[in-house]
Design a protein around this ligand. Structure first.
Ligand code: ING
Length: 301
């Protein structure tokens, strides 16, 4: 049976003025701290290299291209990949991807413990809106700057564990977890950047946002007998607050690690993947219990 010390590298705010080098240096510090605790898999947030730039409106979308990476690894991230390889720690982190064909995605990659990229995911569920919305207290323009992901939901056997990736808003949709669950996923990694204020419902407090974030990840974990690591970029970015609340959830839906701050903070959990096997062989034995002849509605666009 496989066990793993899993780490979550919650990151504090990244200001527009912060360089990639300064951010990667913080990621390197978190990696060193994780390794010192025996972590062999470390999860970073969504858009871990930059500020959450979809809060800003640009008439010309090309003005935002400087927030995107055209290759990965690259000069800025090489120190992180090199150290991860040297320390034997697999990592996953999110970034804005600009492809050679000029396509824009909210992307995350997964490496093995040798520092090689073994998986890529492009965020499927993009929240927010395309055009400037003056009625909102702040903008959320992921639909303006990114295309919906075109790779679907996939899993990779990495270090003996079946891993899948999702990003932020994906965690709110049960389809995300079930698509991965039907592939036998044992660990779902989900980086997120979640504004602590609802731009359309001003009195929705932070407590409810934190509750909803826990709720969906606990449910997804339990209903698919998988571990889930939801890791935030948090804190005040150029005056805009992102919630923290990073957690690691076990296949029974129990929160087994939680961040206390809204800064760079490492959380760690011992994961015994035999727990997944038990759930998948009993309550959530999909082959034995699901009745797909009744699951007929794909929904309308
Ligand atoms: N952010 C938010 C998220 O899904 C959001 C947007 C917040 C949607 C709260 C609905 C409710 O966590 C990103 N980046 O998807």
């Amino acid at each position: 049976m496989t066990t793993m010390i899993l780490g979550g590298a919650q990151m504090g705010p990244i200001q527009q003025a912060d360089s990639r080098a300064a951010v990667v240096a913080r990621m390197v510090d978190l990696l060193r701290a994780a390794h010192a605790k025996g972590v062999t898999m470390l999860v970073y947030p969504e858009l871990a290299l930059t500020t959450f730039f979809p809060r800003w409106y640009a008439e010309d979308r090309a003005e935002m291209d400087h927030w995107f990476e055209t290759e990965m690894p690259n000069g800025a991230t090489a120190p992180l990949f090199d150290l991860a390889r040297d320390l034997g720690v697999a990592i996953t982190f999110g970034y804005a991807e600009l492809t050679p064909e000029g396509r824009h995605f909210n992307t995350s990659i997964l490496t093995n413990r040798q520092g090689e990229i073994v998986g890529k995911y492009r965020k499927v569920h993009l929240p927010g809106h395309v055009e400037l919305d003056p009625d909102r207290t702040h903008q959320h323009l992921e639909k303006r700057y990114f295309e919906p992901g075109d790779l679907g939901f996939n899993v990779w056997r990495n270090g003996g564990v079946v891993m899948g990736m999702a990003i932020c808003n994906d965690r709110r949709w049960p389809e995300t977890y079930r698509e991965l669950g039907l592939q036998g996923v044992e660990l779902v990694t989900i980086g997120y950047n979640t504004p602590s204020v609802n731009s359309q419902l001003g009195d929705e407090g932070l407590a409810q946002r934190l509750f909803h974030s826990d709720l969906v990840m606990q449910a997804g974990a339990y209903q698919n007998a998988t571990f889930v690591a939801g890791i935030a970029k948090a804190g005040l970015e150029d005056g805009h607050h992102l919630m923290g609340g990073s957690i690691i959830v076990d296949p029974n839906g129990m929160v087994i690690a939680r961040a206390d701050t809204e800064d760079d903070e490492l959380i760690v959990a011992d994961c015994d993947f035999a727990l997944c096997a038990f759930g998948k062989a009993t309550v959530f034995d999909f082959a034995r219990h699901r009745r797909i002849e009744h699951y007929t509605r794909t929904g309308t666009q």
